[in-house]
Design a protein around this ligand. Structure first.
Ligand code: ADP
Ligand code: MG
Length: 320
């Protein structure tokens, strides 16, 4: 289990991680979601003792990282896929890690097999594609057979086959009862992978919820209507106790009434419809709404920043 309590990190004026309190539990994949610059990588670095918190605390099974007896057997992490010596082969990269951490060298062959790199084990890492580097980084994380695994944006730059592989791996690690903590800036990716979600924006906690709850709360369904008789239709709906609101491009949106009911009302009152379509708001939209609100919140607190979102925030989460 990973526990954060009031974890805070400032770089000068910039608050990268702002008073985060949450726990990451075993047996499920926990998605750590936020737009680029939200503070995910900083949180993960703090967790591994690679940076010091300005305030607060983060513990791994009750201890600080630097107090773990054999850290690689407690927590395995992939932070930077390219963070390895390019001149070393995959095999030797893992072998020195094993030997310097008291891990039997037979584990090297096992983890290379597990990530599908056996055939290129003797090749130098600098010739590896991003996907192969991600696999090698994951092999390193698995080396000590740790109960806790942490991956920072592991699917960035991967092809669909690689993404599918990582997703399956994370789920099977969680099914073995391990703690799996994985960051992403893509809601669509997390929706397919995570059982639990921790969402941050500008370093602050925005949501800590099960994926099922997030979906139930955010998958708003509504009906979109186009009609050349907008005011007439609104009156008809209003008389039936149904509220229609304007949406973009001259369309109307209705919550709380089905397409059948609206179609029958329109027919009875001879209102012409050009479109009557049930819609489902996507989780991406819900995620955008959630994180956009955190930007507005900052603007209203009178923080000495401009009300415009910081660079990279606006649609930053869309980028791969
Ligand atoms: P994420 O991983 O969610 O994209 P990061 O944790 O990398 O976000 O960054 C959070 C914020 O902290 C960003 O605004 C980033 O520019 C800033 N930041 C991260 N590391 C440093 C650092 N070493 N010095 C100054 N600012 C930093
Ligand atoms: Mg990051």
């Amino acid at each position: 289990m990973i526990e954060l309590e009031g974890l805070t990190k400032r770089y000068g004026e910039k608050v990268a991680v702002n008073n985060l309190t949450f726990a990451v539990r075993p047996g499920v994949v926990t998605g750590f979601l936020g737009p680029n610059g939200a503070g995910k990588s900083t949180t993960m670095r703090l967790l591994l003792g690679l940076d010091r918190p300005t305030a607060g605390d983060v513990r791994i099974d009750g201890r600080h990282y630097d107090r773990l007896r054999d850290p690689l057997t407690s927590i395995g992490a992939l932070l930077e896929a390219k963070g390895m010596h390019g001149g070393r082969s995959a095999y030797h990269h893992l072998l020195w890690m094993a030997q310097s951490n008291g891990i039997p060298s037979r584990r090297v062959g096992e983890v290379l097999e597990a990530v599908g790199l056996s055939a290129v084990a003797r090749k130098k890492a600098k010739g590896f594609s991003l996907g192969m580097s991600q696999r090698l980084g994951i092999a390193a994380a698995l080396l000590g057979d740790p109960r806790i695994l942490m991956f920072d944006e592991p699917v960035n730059g991967l092809d669909p086959e690689g993404i599918h592989w990582i997703r399956t791996l994370m789920k099977s690690l969680a099914a073995e009862g391990r703690t799996v903590f994985v960051s992403s800036h893509l809601m669509s990716e997390m929706a397919l992978t995570a059982d639990h979600l921790v969402v941050i924006g500008q370093g602050r906690l925005l949501a800590d919820t099960s994926m099922a709850d997030f979906i139930a709360r955010n998958s708003r369904s509504y009906v979109r209507i186009r009609t050349p008789q907008r005011e007439r239709l609104r009156d008809v709906l209003h008389d039936a106790g149904v509220t229609a609101v304007e949406s973009g491009g001259g369309a109307l949106e209705v919550d709380g009434a089905g397409a059948e009911q609206i179609g029958e009302l329109a027919s009875r009152h001879q209102v012409v419809l050009h479109e009557l379509s049930p819609q489902q708001a996507s989780l991406e939209e819900a995620f955008m709404r959630l994180t956009a609100e955190s930007v507005e919140y900052h603007a209203h607190t009178g923080a000495p920043t401009s009300p415009a979102p910081p660079a990279g925030w606006g649609d930053g989460w869309r980028r791969g």
